[in-house]
Ligand binder design. Structure first.
Ligand SMILES: C[S@@+](CC[C@H](N)C(=O)[O-])C[C@H]1O[C@@H](n2cnc3c(N)ncnc32)[C@H](O)[C@@H]1O
Length: 197
């Protein structure tokens, strides 16, 4: 019997459920969770009961590794420690989830753009990208422009209110003065058009 973290009462569950509606669930068998954690990995295993999930975390990010290992018991998940910005993922995936990962680019000394480009180079047919609308490190206009220019189609776009906003205190990453409340989430379901990367 699989053990998953119970996500049924948190907004992230509803957001992912809404964003994966356009996908044919039975065809999604290979998934990569690009920037994983117990929440995103549990939601994926729950909504895609036949899929295998590669859960990627930054090397040595034990916060996430321990939480995944302590909350999830499943033979359908493999935790992989790899810096997405320096790793070539050779495997072909049906779906890539990017759940609150882009905001952490600077935390691991990568630029937002570099992390985003490398994620979009992952060979996946579909991407679901979700991040905090107010996070000054996540550039949504840049995301939309890049997708338009590089052969991706946004098939669903939706903004969600966060019923439990958190305050992020003043951190200073380079030129960004971070202080914000996570009042909304912005979400995209994206299809790769034509040739795979
Ligand atoms: C805020 S956590 C994401 C939470 C997770 N998606 C969830 O819903 O439970 C950010 C994740 O991105 C990962 N991450 C950030 N930069 C990365 C990089 N360059 N390569 C691989 N993982 C990265 C971190 O290790 C962490 O797992």
């Amino acid at each position: 019997m699989e053990k998953l973290f119970d996500t049924s009462k948190i907004v992230h569950d509803k957001i992912v459920r809404t964003m994966i509606k356009p996908l044919k669930k039975e065809e999604i068998l290979k998934i990569i969770d690009a920037g994983s954690g117990k929440v995103s990995a549990s939601i994926l295993l729950k909504y895609f009961p036949k899929a295998h999930v590669d859960a990627v975390i930054f090397p040595g990010d034990n916060r996430k590794k321990n939480l995944i290992e302590n909350s999830i018991d499943s033979d359908r998940i493999e935790t992989m420690e790899a810096d997405i910005c320096t790793t070539t993922f050779r495997k072909q995936y049906d779906l890539c989830l990017i759940h609150l990962s882009l905001g952490e680019a600077l935390h691991f000394n990568n630029s937002f753009e570099n992390l985003f480009h490398h994620i979009m180079d992952i060979k996946a047919d579909y991407f679901v990208l979700i991040d905090v609308w107010e996070d000054p490190c996540v550039h949504f206009r840049y995301i939309e422009q890049y997708l338009k220019e590089k052969g991706f189609k946004i098939i669903k776009k939706k903004k969600f209110r966060n019923p439990n906003p958190e305050h992020y205190p003043k951190f200073k990453y380079d030129k960004y003065k971070l202080e914000y409340d996570s009042k909304h989430f912005m979400a995209y379901t994206i299809k790769r058009l034509g040739e795979k990367a």
